[in-house]
Ligand binder design. Sequence first.
Ligand code: NAG
Ligand code: NAG
Ligand code: NAG
Length: 459
Amino acid sequence: MKSLALTSAIAIIFPSIVWATYLWPVPQSFKQGRVELNLDTTFHIEAPEVAYLQEAVHRYTELIIHERWTPVQVPLTPTNKTSPIARRTLGALEIIIADEDKKLEYGVDESYTLDIPINGGVATLKSETVWGTIRGLETFSQLVQARPERNEEGENMYFENEEDYDEGNYGFEDLFIPNTPIRIEDSPKFSHRGLMLDTSRNFYPIKDILRTIDAMAYNKMNVFHWHITDSHSFPLKLQSVPELAQEGAYKLHQKRLVYTKRDVRQVIDYAYKRGVRVIPEIDMPAHTGSWALSHKEITTCTGVHYLDESNDWSKRLAAEPGTGQLNPIHNKTYEIVEKVITEVSELFSDDWFHGGGDEPVYNCWNQDEDVRNYMKKNNATGVDLLGIFLQKELDMIHDSDKTAILWEDPVTNVHLPISKDVIMQVWINPVQLAVKKGYKVIASNYNFWYLDCGHGGWK
Ligand SMILES: *[C@@H]1O[C@H](CO)[C@@H](O)[C@H](O)[C@H]1NC(C)=O
Ligand SMILES: *[C@@H]1O[C@H](CO)[C@@H](O)[C@H](O)[C@H]1NC(C)=O
Ligand SMILES: *[C@@H]1O[C@H](CO)[C@@H](O)[C@H](O)[C@H]1NC(C)=O
């Protein structure tokens, strides 16, 4: 009986009508009433003095004041009744965090509970970690709407241009939260919600990378996968091998387009404060044509057309224009690879490191006489050479105290015995293939998730 009474009490506070919500991503559990609650003109967010939190509170306070969002959609549930307006205003949002010091890493608790009472005066946002708080602040900011300004005819006015809109005159006036009381219990379905940006084929100025990270935070994504290098350019300036960027970065108006260590630290710091990890990818042994501009001696088949006159795909020298592949049998190759991995691992604070490993083209290695001799002498195949290269690379990543990620190719297109603690990023095969072999995977199938080349294809 007791529990029945409780159920009906909740049913009164949260009627079963589900009004249109505009929250993104949609929360796991969302209960709402139908009363409009105005924000008090002295509204504020109360937060403990925790690293990263004060800045987040400031950011979202500014966002709430300046965004002044008004939905233009027709409500999903048509109604003739206007919502009643709550008698009291919302004075504050109080933040409560169980563990204030948890660092941002894979699997960190990002759950939160947000309670907005009708008449209580103070809303609460509870979470286990500051990273959950940041997700909850995003949700709270999405709930706040502005009453539209009306013209003389009493019609709503919408601003098409930002210039028409005088930000200076606004505070918390005319801001409200529809459909209170609200209770949201939320946690992410996936611990890894990534976005990859390729800065080798296209160079992006730092400000564009930061805007990308802003967009990720608004969508509650938490991993920025930075595909820094490829055959097209090598934009990362490294101290231990400066020539890679000096020769391999794109040049515009006599200036190299590079990322300095300071740039990289700025990106990492900016992302961390928004709950976004930054994982570097240095793709190898294929996709390394740009390395050849300073170190031709450690690569094979560089600087040639990727197909021969027959246009026969099986005779290709690379998967796309821009040939060049690291030579797997020369010691010098590994000396340079080790410098790159060591320095990049130190620069990027996240525990994960992406080592590439996709699209090896054995025919490219076949072009090199030393490689051919080695293969003959050791009865080795192209796949064997790939295995030798990747094992050395993975050992270096491991020695730098990082968890390695590889593209799936070495375990799904061929069957190399790569250690099961390497995470496989799936792009071309069904996810099950790598999962069945016992790997943890990042699902990013190119048919569904790539935004280049039109649904992943070139045709
Ligand atoms: C709104 O009011 C009209 C006229 O009274 C009525 O016909 C209609 O059913 C009402 N709609 C809803 C959703 O209640
Ligand atoms: C390459 O390194 C291996 C192992 O360190 C060594 O045995 C070999 O002699 C080296 N080869 C050359 C050509 O220096
Ligand atoms: C060379 O390797 C293949 C497998 O890749 C094997 O079948 C063959 O017996 C080997 N030949 C010699 C001479 O070792």
